[in-house]
Design a protein around this ligand. Structure first.
Ligand SMILES: Cc1cc2nc3c(=O)[nH]c(=O)nc-3n(C[C@H](O)[C@H](O)[C@H](O)COP(=O)(O)OP(=O)(O)OC[C@H]3O[C@@H](n4cnc5c(N)ncnc54)[C@H](O)[C@@H]3O)c2cc1C
Length: 617
């Protein structure tokens, strides 16, 4: 849809004025977690907070806020993605296990961060996964019950009004949610012609509908909630949810369009104390000072870069680049995990309503736009509704599972696994063997164009298969002292055969699903991959040549014990630094079986409480 962006206004102070202010807390990154912290810390009028953000403040921007402007797995149609006004547009290093290809890593560069770009899917993981953060990784106080409590603070939840086959609105579902929080969470009010048939077909092959994925068991298919305001029909994101309503607080200042390049440290009585940060704008370098703490919320790919540029990281790497070592903390930037994804698309009966109709029928597109503008309804409010995760055992029988596991155990025994990996692998294998938790996630995007080029007048579905718990581990590090350079992002996808097999079996399950009635009655042809891809070797080749990221990088500044190589402690403070906290997706120590924006908001809400407790404010 070509909807013009509204005028952009600025709520920020100028870079030099910001430098002259004195702050108690400096927050690097006005993204998802940065804005939550800013709001909560400035609830106390005596506390001053300064946020530094590389992007701009873009309230009411249609490209960001109109739901069909965002796509389901990113990297393709949405015009914010791949647009330097909104996106850092990172690329991975060439991927050894993906035939050397480079994959795109979109990241939000705007006040609101990656919530400006994301696909708005709103999920909570199963109980065991949150509980693991506390028990497996040695973080007292972190559990499902504790983090779920924060969801209630974040959410302004609206019950579904249109239901999937088999779905109920139960008291259990309603009571899981908050209704007074800054982020609107709602459900689609319109379904396309393929959504309900997809659910019925899954039900026919023993995959049930889950009516309450938020109560501790998120396995199986559900009508997903999403961060969309049902009254306005617009994206609800960190900027319009957390920041805009508090813009006038005199104790909060924001500077936009600046790049933070370094954290300044002094040594005081044997402690390493951060005094503030340096940042650049228009060729000038400025310094901002923090009386209490520097909080890093630059995201899992940029926070490690800033620490390394500041002399905190692996001392061999720092020395090789001529950076004076402030603190040797070699696990910074290691332990990168993500959700690799493989797509397949199918042609369906062209009379069906899918998102393709917006491209195929100009009159329909105009009518729908008018409907959207008049009363915030219609196809422009739609986001993919069919989402759910399935245990691996849904797609593989016991003997295939056993053989995958045997290959995996051999590979990880012969690898030089770190103490953290040993603990993670044990927990993951337990989860896989239990057969209860989701191992691959499915989304149906009722549209072509994400994978292959759609034929005019045709209709499609694209199925998304996400590997939720990879065993491969990557890294993100600097290779230059130039702060404007992108860090080297190496997700190291599919370095273990298990990770390939999960996606290959997931794709094969999808082919079976799409040919099961009633969905099967609507599907006319397999497009990509074509019918000719059918042997295990062909599926493997297909996976290795098409995998992308679902944009959920985590773990690069992991919250766990020092023995396991943690970067932050359970209060999110960096080990060895006196007053630096990290509050972003990088602290999540191991993959979660869901999309992660809700968790990042929850971590930031909890972090605000930890900061308030520690400073008695
Ligand atoms: C394309 C895409 C689709 C996604 N889809 C979903 C989804 O459907 N559901 C879901 O739950 N999750 C989704 N996610 C993931 C989720 O949105 C992110 O994990 C989450 O928003 C990350 O929050 P964060 O606070 O860690 O970082 P961010 O929100 O990215 O914030 C970091 C901020 O720091 C700023 N910054 C970084 N470095 C500097 C610097 N040196 N100086 C100044 N500023 C700096 C950045 O510009 C940015 O604003 C998606 C993400 C993307 C990118």
């Amino acid at each position: 849809a070509s909807i013009p962006a509204q005028n952009v206004s600025s709520a920020a102070v100028a870079p030099d004025a910001f430098a002259k202010s004195k702050f108690d807390f400096i927050i690097v990154g006005g993204g998802t977690s940065g804005l939550v912290l800013a709001r909560r810390l400035t609830e106390n009028p005596k506390i001053t907070v300064g946020i530094l953000e590389a992007g701009e403040y873009r309230p009411g921007d249609d490209l960001i806020e109109v739901p069909t402007g965002g796509d389901a797995v990113a990297n393709s149609t949405a015009s914010t993605i791949g647009n330097p006004d909104y996106d850092w547009m990172f690329k991975s290093t060439p991927q050894a296990h993906l035939n050397g290809s480079v994959i795109s890593y979109p990241r939000g560069k705007v006040v609101g961060g990656s919530t400006a770009l994301n696909s708005m899917i709103w999920q909570r993981p199963s109980k065991a996964e949150y509980d693991n953060i506390g028990t497996v990784f040695g973080n007292p106080g972190w559990s499902f019950d504790n983090l779920s409590g924060y969801f209630e603070k974040i959410e302004n939840w609206h019950a579904p009004t249109v239901l999937f086959p088999g779905q109920l609105v139960t008291n259990a579902l309603t009571s899981e949610h908050g209704t007074g929080g800054p982020i609107s969470v709602s459900y689609d009010t319109l379904l396309t012609d393929v959504d309900s048939p997809a659910i019925r077909a899954a039900n026919a092959i023993n995959v049930p509908t889950n009516s309450n994925p938020d109560g501790g068991n998120e396995t199986y298919l559900t009508m997903t909630s999403r961060s969309v305001n049902p009254t306005t029909g617009r994206r609800s994101w960190a900027s319009n949810g957390y920041f805009t309503p508090i813009i006038g607080r005199p104790n909060l200042k924001l500077v936009t369009g600046v790049l933070v390049t370094k954290i300044d440290f002094v040594k005081k009585q044997g402690k390493i104390v951060a005094t503030g940060v340096q940042y650049t704008a228009n060729g000038h370098t400025y310094t901002a000072t923090a009386g209490k703490e520097v909080i890093l919320a630059a995201g899992s790919l940029k926070t490690p870069q800033l620490l390394e540029l500041s002399g905190v990281g692996n001392k061999s790497l720092l020395k090789s680049l001529g950076i004076p070592v402030v603190l040797d903390l070699p696990t910074i930037g290691e332990n990168l995990q993500d959700h690799p994804v493989a797509l397949s698309d199918f042609q369906v009966d062209s009379n069906l309503l899918t998102l393709d109709r917006l491209n195929n029928n100009a009159t329909y597109a105009q009518e729908q736009l008018a409907l959207y503008n008049a009363n915030a309804s219609g196809i422009f409010t739609y986001t993919p509704a069919v989402v759910g995760s399935l245990p691996l055992q849904t797609a593989v029988n016991q003997s295939v599972f056993n053989s995958m596991l045997a290959t995996l155990e051999k590979a990880i025994a012969s690898e030089s696994t770190t103490p953290l990996q040993k603990v993670q692998y044990k927990a993951l294998i337990n989860m896989a063997q239990g057969g209860q938790l989701g191992w691959f996630e499915l989304t149906i995007v009722p549209s072509g164009g994400l994978l292959s080029t759609p034929q005019p007048g045709s209709a499609y579905i694209t199925s998304v298969v996400i590997q939720l718990h990879e065993f491969s581990r990557g890294s993100v590090h600097i290779n230059t002292t130039d702060p404007t350079a992108s860090p080297l992002i190496n997700p190291n996808f599919l370095s273990l055969q298990w990770d390939v097999d999960v996606l290959a079996h997931g794709l094969q399950w999808v082919r079976k699903w799409t040919h099961t009635s009633p969905l099967g009655n609507l599907v006319e042809a397999n497009v990509t991959p074509p019918d000719s891809v059918s042997s295990d070797a062909q599926w493997e080749n297909y996976v290795r040549s098409t995998v992308q990221t679902t944009n959920h990088p985590i773990g690069t500044t992991a919250m766990t014990t020092q023995e396991l190589g943690g970067v932050v402690n359970p209060r999110l403070k960096v080990y060895g630094l006196d007053n630096v906290r990290i509050v972003d997706a990088g602290v999540i120590p191991m993959t979660l079986g869901v999309a992660i924006q809700g968790t990042v908001y929850a971590i930031a809400e909890k972090a605000a409480d930890l900061v308030k407790q520690d400073w008695n404010i």
